[in-house]
Design a binder for this molecule. Sequence first.
Ligand code: ARG
Length: 464
Amino acid sequence: MTYENDSTNKNPAAAARGGELASDFTVSVHYDSRLYHEDIESSVAHARMLGRQGIIPADDVDRIVDGLAKIMAEIEAGEFEWDPELEDIHMNVEARLYELIGDAAGRLHTARSRNDQVATDTRLWTHTACSRAFEAAGLLQTALVELAEKHIETIVPGYTHMQRGQPVVLAHHLMAYFEMFDRDATRFAQAAESADVMPLGSGAMAGVPYPIDREWVADQLDFSEISRNSMDAVSDRDFIVEFLTASSLAMAHLSRLAEELIIWSSDEFGFVSLTDEFTSGSSIMPQKRNPDFAELIRGKTGRVYGSLMALLTTIKGLPLTYNRDLQEDKEGLFDAADTVITSLESAAGMISGLTVNADRMRQAAENSFVLATDFADYLVGKGVPFRAAYIAVSDLSKQCIEAGKGFGELELEDFQAASTLFDEGVLEITLESAVAARDVAGGTAPDRVRAAIAEAKRLLAEAD
Ligand code: ARG
């Protein structure tokens, strides 16, 4: 095999742009420069493979690999001069390689296209983002478990329709979020698996006419699999949609948690207070500590949903194979990854530093009718059909409200006026007995919650 150099063109990478100024409209380097690590890493593996297969000369491989290492160092030192005229990360790196090593640079793009290159870079980047999101979810889960462990006996009203419903222990409420973030973590792990397929070797879309070794490259880049169809490999971005879906659901859960922290830290509730690190003062009202982090998590949920919707819309109706529309995949991906990871980490920080006002929680449960279901259940224990028991206790609570009394102030006679089947046993129903009675798998009985926390810790240790 002979290798020829076309020395008439000093920078073919730049020339490939057609010599025209790129209009801002097509430029992506201001954001896709974030792919530099993946881009250089995959170029190194590709160049080495070309050398091993005898497709390009070994000394050119050395020059290419050295040059790419220099470029990596320049970028990391902040010394690389990004040129928007070269449009994207790929052309910027290749053009710089020409400056550094001359014509040997022209061999790097043998048996490769920007189409399989960008798909490969983006898959590598998404895979890393999935791992980071998975870890951040784990941080938050750990914070939730640690706080829950301290509040296995702390009683708080459980709400439906934002009305006090039944007493629960605070740990049970916190562990509900543990479950949500556990599923989110699983989804990030699944998205990582979907991203873990290497497109390189697909060329522009039909494959390449060189004796390449895709398996070897995949191995170098830590991909578990290579893509089975070149046309699919260069033109689908479903793996990003999966990451954005996982991110959107995580943001939905974070937003619920944030909302509760906002409500619970209000003067009206006073259930919790957030550390100063996660609040800020008002510019005019000196007394205020605003829950800004929680509000921003809630607010930023929208932009992550937006990225998901944008990409779903971008890919619909695209004819096979690569179309430039696909360049629109990256900004949403980067933004969503930044947002979901920082939001998970901030939520972990808020939960770790949370001060719980157990007395306020207890008062809220005491000054309420959260034991109503337990009184009805008591009558059921005496043989009354649940519906009839429900009506008796409903009447009783209406009378209490009229008389301005709480359940705690009722005498046995008051109960018996509602149903003759009430006896002294009813006076033993307390917030504690109510939670302890919910001794079913998944229930709020402290022993069940203790077991759930132990199981959660086991899951976290396993994921580590
Ligand atoms: N910047 C482009 C993108 O992100 C790279 C691929 C360009 N390929 C092409 N045939 N124009 O999609």
